[in-house]
Each structure stands twice: as C-alpha cells, then as structure tokens.
Ligand binder design. Sequence first.
Ligand code: GLN
Length: 559
Amino acid sequence: MSDSVRTKYIFVTGGVVSALGKGIAASSMAFLMQRRGLRVQCIKLDPYLNVDPGTMNPFQHGEVFVLDDGSETDLDLGHYERFLDQSLTAGNNVTTGQIYHTIISRERKGDYLGATVQVIPHVTEEIKNRIKALTRLDGTTDLIVAEIGGTVGDIESLPFLEAIRQIGLEEGPANVVFVHVTLVPYIPTAGEFKTKPTQHSVKALREIGIQPNVLLCRCSTAISESLRQKIGLFCSVPTRSVVAAPDVTTIYEVPLNFHNQHLDDIIANQFGWDIPSPELSDWEGMVDKIKNPRKRLKIGICGKYVNLKDAYKSIIEAFVHGGVHSHAEVALVWVSSEDIKKGGAERFIHDLDGLLIPGGFGERGVEGKIEAIRYVRENNIPFLGICLGMQCAVIEYARNVCGLKDAHSFEFYRDMKHAVIHLMADQEGVSDLGGTMRLGAYPAVLKEGTKSLEAYGEDEITERHRHRYEVNNAYREMLEEHGLVFSGVSPDDRLVEMVEVPGHPWFVAVQFHPELKSRPTRPHPLFREFVRAAVDYSDRKKNPASSNVGEEEDMTTSA
Ligand code: GLN
C-alpha cells in the first residue's frame, strides 16, 4: 500500500471466559492482512498493574516472552512474532502498570499543574497515544491489530475499552473494525450449541458503547448457518460476519479457517481496501505436514512447571516448527524433575528420543535435572539444554566427568566450594528484581568444527537472553581439558553462550533462549537439528544396524 494510506485499526476484545485464543485470533487476522500486502503491527494491551510480566510467576501468567530489545512481554507477542515473522519491540505490549507509571511520574514533575488527573481523559489519552505510537514505528503502518487482555466485564479493562471506543468514534467505521471473540458452548445433555453467553457478552460490550462488527465464535465444532444467523440477529451483526472458530488440530490452521469464511474480505471491505488475495500455499503446506506427520517422536521436557503448558509456550511451538522440517510429530512427554529425583532417570527417560531441559529459576527440581542430564549424556540420547538447562549440564559435567563432587550454582548455594555457575559481574549489587536481568539480544561467535556452527551455518549469531548467572570462567580450562566444548562465546570471550559434548549424537546446551526466535516457516536451527537428531536416534533404535552415531560408534559397529 502507498505511504499516503491512513492507518486503520482492528480492536480485538474477548467475552464470556478467558483463554479463548484472542491472541491467536488477532495474530491470524494480522497474518491474513499481511499476506494481502499490508504493513501490519500488533499490540497487546494488558490490564494488570505490573509494569511487565517479568516479575510474575509462570503459574499466574505463563511464559515471559523476551524481545530483542530486552523487554519482557506477554506470551501473545510470541504468537504475533511467529505468525507475522516479525521481531517486535517494547511498544507492542502496554500494561496498566506502564500507563500509571508514566502518568504518576508526569504528575510529580508538575506536568499537569492545576488539573485533577483522572482515568478519563488522562489514562485513556495515554492508552490512545501508546496505540497510535505504533503508526510511527517503522515508517508507515497500514493496519494496527490491538488485542485487549482480559474479558469484557472486568473492572481493570474498562479504561482500555473506553480508549478504543473513543478511537472508533474519532476514526469512524471506515477505519476501525471491532472484533469480539466469544464462546458458543455445546451442551451435551441438551444436544445443542447455546448462544446466550454470546448475547450477554455483546450486550455488556454495547453498554460500554462498542458495537462489534465481527463475532468470532469459539466452538468445539463448526456451527450451522442458522445458528450464525440467530447470533447475528441478536447481536446486530450481519450473518457473514459471524465467523465460526472451531477447535483445530494446530493453531496454524486458524488463519486458513478464517480465510475460508472470507474474514479477510469482510475486513478489507469495511476498510474500503481493494487488495490482492493472500498467497497461502506455503502455509497450507506447513499445516498439511503438521496434520499428516510421517514419524512420531517422544521428546521429554524436564522442568518445574510440567502442569502448566503455557509456561513453555514458545518451546512447544519451536518443536512444532522443528517437526515440520523433519516431517515428524514431536509428542512432548512432561517429566517432573522431582519424580526423577525420587525414582531415578532411567525409569522416565529410557524410551524417549530426546530430552530438553528448559530455563527456570529456583533450586527445586535441580538435582533431578542433573541426574536426567547424566543419563542422556551417558546413553547417547539427544539433548538440548536451555539457560538453566545449560547451567545444569555444566554442573553435571563438572561433577561426573571432572570429579568436582560438590559443583553447583551460586544461585542455589552461596557457600559451595565449586560454584561452576556464578553471578554475572554486572549483576553484583543489583537489588531491584524487575527488568534487571541480562535481557534481550546479544551476539555470540561460534567455534569451528562444532555441531552448533553446523546447525546455524554462520559463525556470528544473536540470540535472546534472560538470566543473572553464567559459567564461571575460573572453571573453563578444567571443563575444556575434560572434553566439554565451548561452542559459542560472547565476542569478547567473557561469557559462555553454548556448550556441547563431542562424540555424542547431539548434546548441545545454550545460555540463551532459542525458542523465542523460532518461526513456523523458519524453524530455529537448534530445534531443527535437535529434532533431526531425535529422528535419527529413533530410527537407530528401531534398526540398530543403520547406526552412524559418530566415528567411535561406527568403528565399534564395523569391528
Ligand atoms: N536462573 C538462571 C539464571 O538466572 C537461569 C535463568 C533462565 O533459565 N532463564 O541465570
């Protein structure tokens, strides 16, 4: 579109219950419009008072998604980045905490001298400014898709709803589409879908002054035309704009479903846009591979939050992306590190095709993780360690290969003799816990002849970080002498970013979070190669004669 095009807005609200997949709905619409040639920005407006989710427990909030610029954001930004194949910045996630922080600092400086500072107009103006700031982010933005967190009816989200109502009024219907994501539950005892929750939710929205233009009806299976008609009639929405959003096998199917129901045309028509149809064949091919895998792998994830899948959202997605590349489905097996500590690693890991230890904080479960790592290292099972996962791998190596029996991390035991993982120098004296870790994108250089370099295919990379502790350089020489390879280090060689164990089919561990940069059409190299190694491992298990683990094993087999 030309630079003179005025920025338009899609506002996405949710009704009835949370967890309907507003983020995926917003990403899917943004994706379809991007594929129709538009420059699109997504923004998530979170009504909580935290400045960012960085200090929240994953049990409360799910994963913290870290951006290149170091901002700690809502996990929906992960969906936006993955669907749009775009790297976002701090301005793409706004919280009530940030809004009030700005307004109260301004008030203290005297910027509002004489005025009573109020939710309307001061808070709503600040919200509107934050949304509109995105129009200037990368030159011109044709479309902003703004998702309001929470559910209509929440006290916290009222200022956001008021702000988008005002934008709707100021910009007019040719420039603003209101999309409401709602639930149409199926009641098995009645054998019927029920529309009443949607009617109530739309009523609540209209009381605030917002008439939705599109309803996305979350339902277990597709709903009939007559039901859509009925919903439309009660909610004053044309039937064709009542779009069914049934449960799907993979989230990447959602935009295809929307497109089949002409949702992108409905949006384009309201905006008066005459734009080409989207090219979706690559996306359809990807969805087809996800739905029809040729192989099935079992990869274990050994972490603390095994009962909360949202805590590992990006890892789960990165495995989907890696799986597409090998045309394999990765079934994730959640292994509790505490169970391993009690019952031993063999019992939980022996039949897996690979093991991943994700990032984490706190000592609980660490000994189980270390035991799990020993098992996969000694039994040639593919392994990927991320952040705390790498730190545990180094501790394991120091203990069981270098013989430092009490090796540990300074994070957990301050008086350990061998703190092979210690506090980073620039973290000393840091007392505030919000936003003070080593956060965001940092470069690393990779070593010749390593699996890491082979995976990336380039010797300079940047990856996203979120940690306070690092490999203690005082132990590097010893670890290296015992065979551990530091396959990636910071350009000044002060920080270890990647380690690997040579001779093992795939034992790579990294201080950063590769999962945050994996995209469906561009799987992250480490996930791609880890899954490939797991496929090889699984094939070898089934057909041991085809073994080609490495030179040593080749020699044994041929001898
Ligand atoms: N707790 C560890 C640290 O701060 C690891 C952090 C993580 O896994 N993201 O260094």
